[in-house]
Structures are given as C-alpha cells and as structure tokens.
Write a protein that binds this ligand. Structure first.
Ligand code: DP6
Length: 387
C-alpha cells in the first residue's frame, strides 16, 4: 500500500472516534449537497473512554460490495456512509496511494457505539468520523479528512480532532475550505468536566438534517443568527477557551443553545427537541448559578432532550449532589464515567430552596471530559483471496 503499485496487502483497521458537543451550534446549510454550513461552529471533543464509536474496516478481495453491521445487526449502509467511502476512494486515487483496480475491492465494516445511537448524543458524528478515519488508514490517505467527513455529516467533521474544535464555513463555492481546525488540545483545559444526562435514549422524531432544512426554509431568526450572531460568537468563544474563562465560556454556551432552540420554535411548523426534564435542567442550572453568585455550570442541548452540562472539576461534586437531589433515581449505576470525586466526603450545601425533585426522569449521568481525536490501529496480512 502507499506505492504506485497500489494495495499490496490486506489491512484491517480498528478505529475509535469521539463524540463532540457543539458549544456554538451548526444549524443550517448554504449548500446541501456539499454540506457547507451557514455559520462557523465550535465544539468540545469528548473522551473516547466514556463515549465512542468503534469501526473495524477490512478489505475483502472476495467481493466488490460493502458489508456493514451496526451494534451487531447487519444493515444496509446509508447513503452518507456510501458517500464517505466514495470520497475516500477518490481522494486516495488523487493522492496515488491506490490504483483504479483497488477501488473495486470489497469492504467489511463492523461498527458499534457504547452509547445510545441516534438519541441526540451525536452518534452519527462519531460514526461517520470513525468510518472516514478508518478508511484514511486503509487507503493510506495523507492530510486533513475533515472536508470529506463534513460531506457525510456536518457536525462529524469536528470529531476528526480532539480538544476544542472550530468548523469554518469557508469562502470557496466548492467547499474546499470548509474544514475543521483544532483551537486547543484537550490538555489545554484539563479541569473542564462534561456531564451527559440521559433522559431519553429513543431515536429522535425530527432528524437534524431535516430539522435544519425546515429552519432554513422558514425561520427569520435563523437568517439573523447566521448574518449577525454566530460568527462573532465563535470569536468570543475562541477567546474564552484560549483564556480558560469558564464564566464566559458557560454564558456563551447557554445563550447559543437557547438561540438554537428558539430557532427550532421559530421554524414553521415548530420543532421541539426539549422536553419537561430539559426545561427543569435549564431552570435548575440558572438557579444554582444565581445561588452561587457566579456561573459554576452551563447546559447545552443538541437535537434532542438530553442535557450536556459543563463545569470545572472543583464544582463537580456540588453539581452532582444537586442533580441527585433534583432527579432521585433507584438506578444503581446512575453515575458513570469519571466518578472518583465520589470518594471525597459530600459537601454540606443547602439546596432545598431551588429544588423541585422529580424521580426517575433522568436515567443516568455520564461524567466525562474533553478528549483526543480518533485513534486507529492497523493489522496487515499479505494479500490473498482469503484475507
Ligand atoms: C444540533 O451534523 O447531524 O447537533 O450535516 O445534516 O448530518 P447533517 O446534520 P448534523 O447536525 C448537528 C446539529 C446539532 C448542532 C451541532 O452539532 O453543531
């Protein structure tokens, strides 16, 4: 592989790729085919230790098709998957790392997620960036692949990098400069914690792709955001991340999530991703910040009701205590992920006046942090009809 002789060996590539959560949202395309967004967006890549997609890709000389399974079930690969495969093959051909003949070699693709698929937990972002990163290794593609990933699913292009990532709209009509770039690696802000409250792990009603198209067609607020708000917010967010200014980061995150959901409501007919538990979390976080006299936590919601919360490690214990009191649960594994802070003795803080407990409305909480981009490992055997 990687020579002008094209593919000489059978490769199996295992890739693990992260989920990302946008703090300045992408919502709306100016070019649907090329997936060019109306505005820049910024996200935090989450640690693959707690949420990850895994994809194993192997070349199959016995077939010319694509065999695909997701979470143990054989599936027909989606159009997006096939598009990413086609784009990776043509990029490898362009770079000369494979020959025309090699493009007909079959692919066996086995994927799984360790978190609920399609419930607004950005599983498609992780899945598409995982596939493309695996194919990058299979076909020996050099350089940035975020422009390919973007065309499979917009938000997925931010999962190509770790840490804090900005996806630039770009200026070129062909989308060639609409790519993701790392603002800072995860190690830049090790104290940042992200909590994912799983309130609902069912498939969402309105997909992001169709929801944002309806918003582009009908929401005046979306146009206003794209023209006057979002890119300026990306500048302010980049500064907040660079300076590790949590209060600024948190306020921008909450304002942007609220504006995104306001646009959903401004879409005609309206789209409602938030449910009663989401709204209770919004109110709780504002009450907690007010009571603390400064911003200690922030929320953000994608196209689903599950809250993503941000805080710093020094405030994690008090925030988790607050959540446990507000959302009592009999679930013995209610808290998952980074739970070492539980070893400390609980703080004695009185939250009674801001609580309105509702049992079992949060199924469980994953505590995580910012993490690195996709990781691949390659296993090579000589090309034969049996590999
Ligand atoms: C609300 O990336 O899923 O999560 O490009 O059509 O695949 P397509 O949409 P998708 O939209 C994600 C929207 C969001 C906000 C974000 O992640 O920026």
């Amino acid at each position: 592989m990687g020579t002008q002789d094209g593919i000489q060996s059978c490769r199996t590539v295992v890739c693990e790729a992260p989920v990302n959560i946008a703090v300045i949202k992408y919502w709306g395309k100016k070019n649907e085919d090329l997936v060019i967004p109306l505005n820049d967006s910024i996200s935090v890549t989450l640690d693959t230790e707690h949420l990850r997609a895994r994809t194993i890709v192997s070349l199959d000389p016995t077939s010319d098709g694509v065999q695909f399974s997701l979470n143990g079930k054989e599936e027909t690969p989606s159009k997006r998957f096939m598009k990413v495969i086609a784009l990776c093959k043509s990029e490898a051909l362009r770079q000369g790392s494979i020959r025309e003949n090699d493009t007909t070699l079959g692919l066996r693709i086995v994927s799984d997620n360790n978190f609920p698929t399609a419930a607004g937990l950005a599983s498609s972002a992780a899945g598409i960036s995982c596939l493309a990163s695996a194919l990058k290794a299979v076909y020996d593609i050099q350089g940035d692949i975020s422009g390919i990933v973007r065309q499979g699913s917009g938000s997925a292009c931010r999962s190509v990098y770790g840490g804090f990532v900005r996806w630039h709209t770009g200026h070129a009509g062909d989308g060639s400069d609409s790519v993701a770039q790392q603002i800072r690696p995860a190690s830049h802000w090790p104290e940042l914690r992200v909590l994912i409250l799983v309130v609902n792990d069912k498939k969402k009603d309105v997909s992001s792709t169709s929801g944002m198209k309806e918003s582009v067609d009908t929401s005046d607020l979306l146009r206003y955001r794209a023209d006057f708000i979002a890119n300026a917010r990306c500048e302010a967010m980049t500064a907040a991340i660079t300076d590790r200014n949590f209060e600024k980061f948190a306020e921008l995150t909450m304002r942007d999530s609220n504006q995104f959901h306001a646009i959903c409501l401004d879409t005609y007919p309206p789209i409602m991703y938030l449910d009663d538990t989401s709204k209770a979390v919004i109110n709780l976080i504002h009450a907690y910040n007010r009571k603390s006299g400064r911003i200690l936590a922030a929320y953000s919601f994608d196209a689903g009701p599950n809250p993503f919360l941000f805080t710093l490690s020094e405030n994690l214990q008090s925030l988790v205590e607050l959540l446990r009191l507000q959302f009592p649960s009999a679930n013995s594994s209610f808290l998952r992920g980074l739970t070492d802070f539980l070893l400390k003795s609980p703080e004695n803080v009185e939250y009674g006046d801001i609580l309105n407990p509702v049992s079992d409305s949060v199924q469980y909480i994953i505590v995580t942090k910012a993490g690195e981009g996709p990781k691949t490992s390659v296993n090579e055997v000589p090309m034969s009809p049996f590999c």
